[in-house]
Design a protein around this ligand. Structure first.
Ligand SMILES: Nc1ncnc2c1ncn2[C@@H]1O[C@H](COP(=O)(O)OP(=O)(O)OP(=O)(O)O)[C@@H](O)[C@H]1O
Ligand SMILES: [Mg+2]
Length: 232
């Protein structure tokens, strides 16, 4: 569960990127965050995993009240989350298998269990055959699937993705969406910022639309544009 209460974020340059957000995302929901460039999508998402702190207001994620959380507790808090970035952030000197295992080594000591988990998520993203490859040897879509596998290896309750289909062709983007939906159906909350109107219209979910730091729409089964018929 994610809850924002009167949350605002003003950066040091005095830009108010997020202005008085009040919303709840329940466990198991799939939520798109849409809006033009500079609207505040990434700022909103970064506050969920405490990459940014709000200037005002309260944020609760699972059992953590983020304005009260001690720095020493942040790594424990983040273990409940999976985070996927547009630019993948894979470690270039490690293989696909090692990139995923690395995320688990901090929390799971048993190498047999780690191997099992890595193979399981590689199967889920259909990359078993690429385990020994290095990131530079993969296509963009494959790298993004590794990033997703890494994010979910630890069975997070929430998967947060900032433009996970951003640099991908339409077909590859659809493949990524199918994986995210599968993860969601298994119970993981998915929060995803996107500019991809095709994806939002094809795979219908809740839409939170942001403009200029304000939530201007919050709609179940929403389409990319508010005035579009939402029942096809
Ligand atoms: N670290 C920062 N310091 C100062 N201003 C920032 C910072 N990060 C973002 N901003 C500003 O806050 C506003 C919202 O930015 P944000 O990155 O949240 O937008 P976005 O909706 O994710 O845009 P995009 O679609 O381009 O990724 C913008 O005006 C941006 O310039
Ligand atoms: Mg952004």
């Amino acid at each position: 569960m994610i809850e924002f209460k009167h949350v605002s974020k003003k950066y040091a340059n005095q830009i108010t990127a997020v202005d008085n957000f009040n919303l709840k995302i329940q466990q198991g929901e799939f939520v798109y965050v849409i809006g033009p460039s500079g609207a505040g999508k990434s700022t909103f998402i970064k506050m969920m995993y405490r990459e940014e702190k709000p200037t005002l207001g309260q944020i609760k994620v699972n059992e953590y009240e983020l304005e009260k959380i001690k720095n020493s507790k942040i790594p424990f808090f983040r273990r409940e989350l999976g985070i996927v970035f547009q630019d993948f952030k894979l470690l270039s000197k490690l293989t696909v298998f090692e990139n995923i295992a690395y995320a688990l080594q901090v929390i799971e000591k048993d190498p047999v269990e780690i191997k099992k988990r890595v193979n399981h998520v590689l199967k889920l993203v259909k990359l078993v055959s690429k385990g020994a490859a290095f990131p530079a040897e993969l296509s963009g879509g494959e790298q993004q699937r590794v990033a997703i596998a890494r994010a979910i290896a630890n069975k997070p309750s929430i998967l947060i993705a900032d433009e996970p289909t951003g640099n991908l062709d339409p077909e590859t983007a659809e493949g990524i969406m199918k994986i995210l939906e599968k993860i969601n159906i298994q119970g993981t909350t998915v929060v995803m910022a996107t500019h991809n109107s095709h994806i939002v219209n094809e795979f219908r979910h809740r839409v939170i639309e942001i403009e200029n730091g304000h939530v201007i729409r919050d709609q179940d089964e929403g389409s990319f544009f508010q005035d579009e018929a939402s029942n096809f």
